[in-house]
Structure formats: C-alpha cells, structure tokens
Design a protein around this ligand. Structure first.
Ligand code: FAD
Length: 469
C-alpha cells in the first residue's frame, strides 16, 4: 500500500472537486485521481463551452438587430462570425476557470494524481499506460466519475458525420445543415447555438414535445420561439434512420402525421442522453453495486454504495445530471464524512436551466403534477414579459413567468421562459424550497425596471394584490 489519505476521490469534475474542497477545508487529507482534466465534463465539454459559444451566437443575433437600437455598423456590412476567434475565446474561458480550480485545490492542500483510478482492496489503484503506477490507501473513497454521451442503435457516432456534444464543441467550421437527434436540454441548447450561428437546424425528437421534463406550457412556448428563429422541429417521430450521403448524411423518419421525411445534412449531432460510468467502475470484480443503466447504486441520504466506506456522487448516480447537483452532493458528502449533519437535497426541487434562446428555467412541480397533487387547491398565475419596461428596452418582449401555489399555502413551482431566465430563477427556487407563500413574498419589492418584476407581479396576483396584472 502507498500513501494514505482520509478521502481518495476518483474523478475531478464538479462532484469530485467540490467534495475535495469541502473536505480539505474541514481538515481531511484529500487526493483526487483524474484521468483527464480537473473540472470534468462541466468545465471542458459541457456547461462552460456551450454557454460561451451560445454567447457568440447571441451577440451575432443582437448585432443583426443593432439598427433597431440606433446602432449602425460603420461599413454598413452584415455582422459575421469569426469561428476561430469564438473557439479561441471558449478555450481561454475554460483555461482561466481551470487554473482557478486547480489553484484552489492546491491552496487547500488537495493532492492531484494523474491516471485512471480503480477500486482495489482498501484503496484505489492508479493506472498509467495500463500499468498500476501506485496504490492509494483511503479512509473513504468517493466515486465521482461522471458520464459519457450515449448513442442510440443506428446512430453510433464516428466523430465526423455523426457526432456527440464532445465533437460539436470542437468543430473547425459552422455546419451549413445539422440534424440534432434528441430535444432534451443538450439538444435544445445546441439547436439555439447552431441556429444562432447561421446553420440550418433540424431538431428531431421521438417524444411528443421538446424538453419532455419541463412544464408543457413552457416547452410549447419555447417550441414556438425556436421555430421563429428558424429551427425546424419534428416531434413524435418514428422510424428514425441515417446513412452516409456525399460528405454528410441522409436522415430519414416519419413525422407525427406519418409522413416520410428525408433530410440531407453535413452533420448529425446525437444528443440522446448520457450514460453514467458505473459500468467501468464495476468492471474488474470490485463488487460495486451498479444498476442496469450504469448508475452506481447509493443510499440517497448518505451517498453510500454497497461497499464499506465507498461513496458516489454526481452524474454517476441516479440523481439529476446537473453540475450544481454534483457540487451539492460532493459538498454534502464532505459534511457527512466530517460528522456534520448537512441538509438533505430535495431532488424534486432542484433548479433546472436550459440556455436556449430564449432560456428556460424552473424549480418544483409542473402544472400537471401539481394539479394531480392539489386538485382545485392549486392556483396559477402568469406574468408576461411583454408588459415589462426592461423587456422592451432589451428588445426581448417574449417570455413569461408562471408561478404555482397551493391556495393559502406555499409556492410549489416556478417556471420561466424568456431572456435571462437562468438568472431570474433564484427567488423562485428559494420560494419553492423554503415553502414560502405568495402572501409572504408579495409585499416585497422587485427592482424597477427589471425582468424580475415578472416574478413579483405573478406572486402579487396569487396573493390577490396584483399591480400591473
Ligand atoms: C453539452 C453539455 C452541457 C451541459 N450544460 C450544463 C449546464 O449548463 N448546467 C448544468 O448544471 N449541467 C450541465 N451539464 C451537465 C454537467 O456537465 C454534469 O452534470 C456535470 O459535469 C457532472 O459532474 P460530475 O463531477 O458528476 O462528472 P463529470 O463532470 O463527468 O466529471 C467526471 C470526471 O471523472 C473523470 N474520470 C472518469 N473516470 C475516471 C477514472 N476511472 N479515473 C480517473 N478519472 C476518471 C473524468 O475524466 C471527469 O473529469 C452539461 C453537460 C453537457 C454534456
């Protein structure tokens, strides 16, 4: 056996590094084994690069509308994208954040070990070039190995014609035509990204609606807005298939009315979900409990696996696959190990944000689930962005906030579609999780002019004291 640590973490993404920072702050000796780069999918192939490129698309779209705001480009030409510069900015943002996280981990004395971590008796083996380089003895072990893109039969990705989100973030040029298979959060974000950059986008989904987990009214609203921005959306499709065609691909399917469609594209982006990496951890006879989908099985209250002193957090367990959930689970595990009593996570009320154009954000129950739970005691209020001064100033009057509450009781769900929805969700998330009633919030002010007035107005309506509603 080699060096002993109180906590050895396999995987340095959000779950792993949050656990490391929190545990090290509480005095534990911590080591992270990482086979790629600290920051994980979130920093290198997920949250950060997508949002950086979406920002380029958003600026391009805004510039196209500049004359509406009285801004006229000096040469009179149309704005265009320097994709190389956009990609360079993406890299620079990632590198800056990567440096920051590594320096924080160093400051807290967390040891960073390069290599593939594998469960071994009493600790973790570190493999480099297929050889066991060292064995780390561990008081506790956290498995935080995340997930990888999942494909569907017939759509096995080759990194060229058929790509995953990984390759979509490394393209050397903007595709002229792209088909995106899967209209969950990742598919919808890429649809906005490529449409905003000028690609012709076809978004193809087997379920009856895009963003299947969102409130149907909100996903219908987004559907309409995406179509308006030029995205062709096909839901409830069947018989989906693809074959090479010229330098690109032919995608064929039956649409919701049974009509056979054929679409020629340069690239097919397969965005049909992610596969947790529990299967890799379980190989090699560790005895780790992993379910049929590849999730490491844990007790959600303690994050403990079936093996003594072995825990798991983040995308590798069956909880919402979100970076902030991974952060929260990592930090929570550190609290459990150091004998604190960290608050459990209410997974039904985590904040969800989809950075499409316009954005979608929500926390808590959808209207359907709340109606099922509370029947006629459910009250719903909406406030549209169209009447907000700030929305008109920004030139983004499309959007709304929808708040669900139990009559005489707490707010149980908040749903937003529109500009900066991700930034506007915070009070709704707090209200939903703290069980605040509309009556408690309604007398409080919202700054004017601001988009947050929409939340304030909806809550005032629920409390029976509407202002502009
Ligand atoms: C395109 C895209 C966009 C996204 N956007 C958002 C967003 O906007 N907001 C949001 O909340 N979430 C977003 N997500 C999801 C988010 O990235 C994940 O939920 C988050 O990264 C999960 O963190 P994690 O620590 O569990 O795993 P990961 O981030 O996957 O990190 C796991 C780490 O473990 C390492 N590893 C794996 N196996 C081993 C091993 N055996 N030994 C050593 N190291 C190992 C990997 O190299 C990786 O660094 C997005 C995901 C994608 C793909």
């Amino acid at each position: 056996m080699g060096t002993r640590h109180d906590l050895v973490i396999i995987g340095g993404g959000p779950a792993g590094y949050a656990a490391a920072l929190s545990a090290a702050s509480s005095g534990l000796g911590v080591c992270i084994v990482e086979k790629g780069r600290i920051g994980g999918v979130c920093l290198h192939r997920g949250c950060i690069p997508t949002k950086q490129l979406l920002e380029t698309a958003s600026i391009l779209q805004k510039l196209k509308r500049a004359p509406e705001f009285g801004v006229v480009p000096a040469g009179g030409g149309d704005p265009s994208v320097d994709f190389g510069a956009a990609m360079a900015r993406k890299v620079s943002t990632i590198e800056s954040l990567h440096k920051g996280v590594v320096s924080l981990l160093n400051k807290h004395g967390v040891e960073l070990v390069d290599g593939i971590g594998r469960l071994a008796a009493g600790g973790v083996e570190v493999l480099v070039d297929n050889r066991v380089e060292q064995v780390l003895e561990a008081g506790s072990i956290l498995l935080a190995t995340g997930s990888r893109p999942k494909s569907i039969p017939g759509f096995e990705t080759d990194g060229e014609r058929l790509i995953t989100s990984n390759e979509a973030l490394e393209l050397s040029e903007i595709p002229g035509q792209i088909a995106i298979i899967g209209a969950g959060a990742i598919g919808v974000e890429f649809a906005s990204l490529f449409a905003g950059l000028g690609s012709k986008v076809s978004l193809i989904e087997a379920m009856p609606s895009i963003l299947p987990g969102a409130d149907p009214e909100i996903s219908t609203y987004l559907n309409r807005m995406l179509k308006r921005s030029g995205v062709s959306i096909y839901t409830a499709v069947s018989g989906l298939a693809t074959e090479p065609s010229g330098a690109g691909s032919l995608v064929t399917f039956d649409d919701s009315r049974g009509e056979a469609l054929r679409i020629e594209v340069d690239r097919v982006l397969v965005a049909t979900g992610r596969k947790p990496s529990g299967d890799e951890l379980a190989s090699g006879g560790s005895g780790l409990g992993v379910d049929a989908r590849g999730y490491v099985e844990v007790d959600p209250r303690t994050l403990a696996t079936n093996l003594d002193d072995v825990y798991a957090a983040g995308d590798v367990i069956d909880t919402p696959a979100l970076a902030h959930v991974a952060f929260a689970e990592g930090a929570r595990l550190a609290g459990l190990l150091t004998g604190e009593s960290p608050q459990p996570i209410d997974y039904a009320k985590v904040p969800w944000c989809i950075y499409s154009h316009p954005e979608v954000a929500f926390a808590g129950m959808t209207e359907d689930s709340a109606r099922e739970a509370f029947g006629d005691d459910l009250i719903v209020a909406r406030h549209r962005f169209g009447g907000l001064g700030r929305a008109l100033i920004l030139g983004d009057p499309e959007g709304m906030v929808k708040v669900l509450s139990v009559r005489g009781g707490p707010i149980v769900g908040v749903h937003i579609v529109g500009a900066w929805a991700s930034e506007l969700l915070s009070p709704g998330y707090l209200a939903t999780n703290l069980g605040l009633s509309p009556e408690a919030i309604a007398p409080l002010m919202q700054p004017h002019p601001s988009l947050s007035e929409a939340f304030g107005e909806a809550v005032r309506s629920l409390a029976g004291i509407p202002l502009h509603g």
